[in-house]
Design a protein around this ligand. Structure first.
Ligand code: NAP
Length: 268
């Protein structure tokens, strides 16, 4: 972890978001929209890279503070330090966005799924999300008592939390687990008015989906797979998360947001 400024103090009225896996793709789209909404941003990603530095620069160009926090969140021993560094540079984290996620090693028959791919999906998409949420919650419960800011925990799960893609069964299982974790945290944190949301993206154009982009684009054009008739963009996901994190949905918690262009609407 590196490159924090030594400011420390939370700017008055300024929310702070920690976004995991925000060096590219949906996470970057979320970080940029949260920056537009005035949040200071702690940008976590697995690997230090020029792309990550560029992400920080893009956020700072919007007039807010940003720091990068390089850590593999599947190593739970990094979680405390992630929050320590964010708090030291930006102030208390008011919003955690659990976005970092991995797909399967190889798409294929679930009868051939290997243990390593299963463990990696569960380790990042479910276990790391659970314990990062726990670290956030413990700190938020204390910090919120002396703050008027809106606090929220936002998990990026997937349409696959509810819709089976049998060629990526271990991914589906991990996202279903993450969706239930979101509900449990929603109930636990409701008494402190910390809102919890589960955003379930459908088909979003990112490096993760690059290899199947054309297949889905064709299915959208030829089969009407997505009623809104286009792939989603990281920007779309960012807009949703920024609305939720800004408290635009009062008197809600535990909601699932289907961010899928209507793909999972039952039709016949
Ligand atoms: P992506 O392009 O692969 O980006 C994922 C980011 O997460 C990468 O920057 C990656 O870092 C980081 N990351 C992965 N494992 C990490 C770890 N253990 N610790 C810290 N960072 C880690 O994926 P995406 O499409 O933007 O997806 C973002 C989230 O949305 C994921 O949870 C994904 O499952 C979910 N989602 C995506 C879609 C879609 O259509 N794209 C649909 C539904 C749900 P490195 O590059 O350094 O590995």
């Amino acid at each position: 972890m590196a490159s924090e400024r030594e400011s420390g103090e939370q700017e008055a009225g300024r929310q702070v978001a920690l976004v995991s896996g925000a060096g590219r793709g949906i996470g970057l789209g979320i970080a940029l929209k949260l920056a537009d909404a005035g949040f200071s941003i702690a940008v976590n990603d697995c690997n230090d890279s020029a792309d990550l530095d560029d992400a920080v620069k893009q956020i700072e160009a919007k007039g807010v503070k940003a720091i990068k926090l390089v850590a593999d969140i599947s190593d739970l021993s990094t979680h405390g330090a992630l929050f320590d560094r964010a708090e030291a540079s930006l102030g208390a984290v008011t919003t955690l966005v659990n976005n970092a996620g991995v797909s399967v090693f190889e798409r294929g028959d679930l009868l051939e799924v290997c243990e390593a791919s299963y463990d990696r999906c569960m380790g990042v998409n479910a276990k790391a999300l659970f314990f990062l949420s726990q670290e956030y919650a413990r700190r938020a419960l204390k910090a919120k008592r002396s703050s008027d800011l809106f606090y929220s925990l936002i998990n990026i799960t997937s349409s696959n939390a509810v819709a089976a893609s049998v060629l990526r069964s271990e991914y589906c299982a991990s996202k279903a687990a993450a969706a239930m974790i979101s509900k449990c945290f929603a109930v636990r944190l409701a008494q402190e008015a910390i809102a919890v949301y589960d955003v379930q993206p459908g088909l979003i154009e990112t490096p993760m989906t690059q290899s199947v982009r054309d297949v889905y684009q064709n299915r959208i054009e030829q089969e009407g797979l997505v009623p809104l008739a286009r792939l989603g963009q990281p920007d779309d996901m960012g807009g949703i998360v920024a609305s939720l994190a800004s408290g635009s949905l009062p008197y809600t918690t535990g909601q699932t947001i289907s961010a899928d262009g209507g793909m999972l609407i039952s039709r016949f």
